[in-house]
Design a protein around this ligand. Structure first.
Ligand SMILES: C[S@@+](CC[C@H](N)C(=O)[O-])C[C@H]1O[C@@H](n2cnc3c(N)ncnc32)[C@H](O)[C@@H]1O
Length: 257
C-alpha cells in the first residue's frame, strides 16, 4: 500500500529532500497574500508548511503517513509558541477528508498529487479541495512535466546524487530504475539506497512507488471539471511560463463561485 511506502521513506526523507527549497518562496508569497488560512495536502514532514507558518500564516496540514507526520510534529515542537499555535496537522487521505471549515488557499507541493493513480482518485481529491475552499479560494498544484523522449525510453536507469544521513553519519548512494506504463500513464520507480556502515557492512534498501503523470491540458481540463479556473501555468517557481522542457508544471487556479 502507498502509505506503507511513505512510512518507510519517512526515516530518510529530510536527509534526502529536506534541502529542496526552490519552491518555498513561491508558496510563501501566495500564502501571505491569500488573506486567510492555508491547507497543505500531503504535507509530509513539513518541509514547505513550516517555513510558511514562520511567516505568520495560519496553516493546516494533512498527510496519510503517520511516520511523516511524527517527524513534522517533532520539528513543530521546537518552534516558538506563536508559530506553533498557527499550525495544525492531522493524518488523513487527500481523496476523502472533512475538516469542517474552509480555507483561503490549498496547495499540493512536490508532485504529491501524482501518488493518486486513477482519474477517480484524482477527481475525489479535487472534489474535497473544492469543498474546502472559500469563495474564489486559491488552489496550487505542482506536477512534473512529462517528456515524450523520456516516455519513449519506457525503461531507464539513473544514478542520483548521494546524500548524507546526519543521524548515522554516513553517505547513502542512490539510484533508480524507472518504468513507464504508457497505457495507464504511470511511472513505476524502484529506488535503490545503498550504504556501508562503520563496521563495513553493506546495506541496500529498495523502495518502490508509482506515480501518475498528466499532460498540461489534461490537468487543466481536470481542474476545470472539478470547478476551478486555471489562472496561470508556470514552468518554474520563479514564475516563468510553462514550456515543454521546463520539467515542472505549476497550476495556479481559483475556485469558480
Ligand atoms: C514527496 S512527499 C511530499 C511531502 C511534502 N509535501 C514536501 O513537499 O516535502 C509525498 C507525500 O504525499 C503523501 N501522500 C501520498 N498519498 C497520500 C494521500 N492519498 N493522502 C494524503 N497524503 C498522501 C505521503 O505520505 C508523503 O508525505
Amino acid at each position: 500500500m502507498k502509505e506503507a511506502v511513505f512510512d518507510r521513506i519517512a526515516r530518510l526523507y529530510d536527509c534526502e529532500q529536506g534541502g529542496v527549497a526552490e519552491d518555498i518562496p513561491f508558496y510563501v508569497e501566495y500564502a501571505k497574500n491569500c488573506g486567510g488560512e492555508v491547507l497543505e495536502l500531503a504535507c509530509g514532514t513539513g518541509r514547505a508548511l513550516i517555513p510558511i507558518a514562520r511567516e505568520g500564516v495560519k496553516i493546516a496540514g494533512l498527510d496519510i503517513s503517520k511516520e511523516m507526520l511524527d517527524i513534522a510534529r517533532k520539528k513543530i515542537e521546537k518552534l516558538d509558541e506563536n508559530t506553533k499555535g498557527d499550525i495544525e496537522i492531522a493524518q488523513g487521505d487527500m481523496r476523502k477528508f472533512e475538516l469542517k471549515r474552509k480555507f483561503s488557499m490549498i496547495y499540493i507541493a512536490f508532485r504529491s498529487f501524482q501518488s493518486l493513480l486513477t482519474k477517480q482518485d484524482q477527481g475525489a481529491c479535487l472534489e474535497c479541495v473544492n469543498r474546502h475552499l472559500g469563495d474564489s479560494g486559491l488552489f496550487i498544484l505542482d506536477l512534473f512535466a512529462p517528456r515524450h523522449d523520456i516516455l519513449a525510453q519506457v525503461k531507464r536507469s539513473l544514478n542520483l546524487d548521494k546524500f548524507y544521513d546526519k543521524k548515522n553519519h554516513l553517505y547513502i548512494n542512490r539510484r533508480c530504475e524507472d518504468e513507464y506504463d504508457l497505457a495507464n500513464q504511470t511511472l513505476k520507480e524502484n529506488r535503490f539506497y545503498e550504504w556501508t556502515d562503520k563496521n563495513d557492512k553493506f546495506h541496500r534498501e529498495i523502495w518502490s512507488f508509482e506515480l501518475a503523470y498528466l499532460f498540461r491540458y489534461e490537468a487543466e481540463l481536470l481542474l476545470e471539471k472539478y470547478g476551478f479556473k486555471v489562472e496561470n501555468v508556470f514552468g518554474n517557481f520563479d514564475k516563468s511560463p510553462y514550456n515543454y522542457h521546463s520539467g515542472e508544471q505549476i497550476f495556479v487556479a481559483k475556485k469558480v463561485s
